[in-house]
Design a protein around this ligand. Structure first.
Ligand SMILES: Nc1ncnc2c1ncn2[C@@H]1O[C@H](COP(=O)(O)OP(=O)(O)OP(=O)(O)O)[C@@H](O)[C@H]1O
Length: 253
């Protein structure tokens, strides 16, 4: 693939869980630097799509390409190298609760650090200044040595974002990053994600339940319904009819 090709691409992707088709016939190209929101009702397949994009799940049909590589065709070692370029933020933060913040932020180095360095850093934190800088970028520099489980939800999501900053990936995926936060904290995290993507050119793909935030923070919105793409449009082109069709409840009598 040329350098100018898409940074993420799904070709005729289908994902089955047993006999259940969670995704079907997904064709999608995302260019470097784009900010894309995945929206749609519960169970539409948003998280499944994110898991395919970061190589934690392999498609039952079709191909998933990231950073120029077909993820299903890579050796475990090469896959880990590609995954190092893809940072993921989750709704439940995925932090180790009983560790100090610095250790959770330093987990962004995993994959690059040796096993020995990672273990040593748990006893005596290494590259503290890198972790401190990342925490400053997300607005909580004073929390470096706090226990992670003593932070609020919004602060924990900032720690998760700092971990991704330390990882310094090319692509950031966020799976409902604000689902467990109040509206004010949600907007702050969304602002951080957008500003980070704008200032560094990182590609951002996130699943969201708020159409309003998807419109205000992303350039492009993809509507998923029952495992298929219902629309894929610039955020300025979203209409009330599209939203209604996306969330329509089909009653069975
Ligand atoms: N590991 C799995 N095993 C079986 N079924 C699964 C698995 N993961 C997802 N599914 C099913 O696939 C469908 C899509 O799930 P997914 O989590 O991707 O939806 P979603 O759009 O992210 O939903 P939500 O907004 O509620 O998080 C759902 O019906 C779900 O039950």
């Amino acid at each position: 693939m040329s350098a100018a090709g898409p940074i993420l691409e799904l070709k005729q992707v289908g994902q089955w869980f047993g006999s259940f088709p969670a995704l079907a016939e997904i064709n999608l190209q995302i260019q470097a630097g784009e900010r894309v929101a995945l929206v749609g009702p519960s169970g539409a397949g948003k998280s499944t799509l994110i898991s395919l994009l970061n190589g934690t799940l392999f498609p039952t049909q079709g191909e998933v390409w990231a950073i120029g590589r077909n993820l299903s065709m890579l050796s475990p070692r090469t896959l880990r190298r590609v995954q190092q370029q893809i940072g993921t933020i989750y709704q439940r933060f995925h932090l180790v609760d009983n560790l100090r913040v610095v250790h959770n932020v330093n987990a962004g180095h995993l994959g690059r650090w040796s096993w020995f360095k990672s273990a040593l850093s748990l006893l005596w934190p290494l590259e503290v200044e890198v972790a401190a800088k990342a925490l400053t970028q997300v607005g909580i520099p004073e929390k470096l040595y706090d226990r992670t489980d003593q932070l609020s939800g919004g602060q924990q999501q900032r720690v998760a974002l700092a971990r991704v900053l330390v990882q310094n990936p090319t692509v950031i995926l966020a799976d409902e990053p604000i689902a467990s936060l109040d509206p004010e904290r949600s907007r702050e995290i969304m602002d951080l994600l957008r500003n980070l993507s704008q200032s560094t050119g990182k590609t951002l793909v996130m699943s969201l339940h708020s159409i309003e935030l998807a419109q205000s923070h992303c350039d492009r919105i993809i509507g998923l319904r029952q495992g298929q793409i219902l629309f894929d449009v610039p955020s300025t082109a979203i209409s009330p009819e599209m939203i209604a069709a996306l969330y329509r409840i089909d009653h069975e009598y």
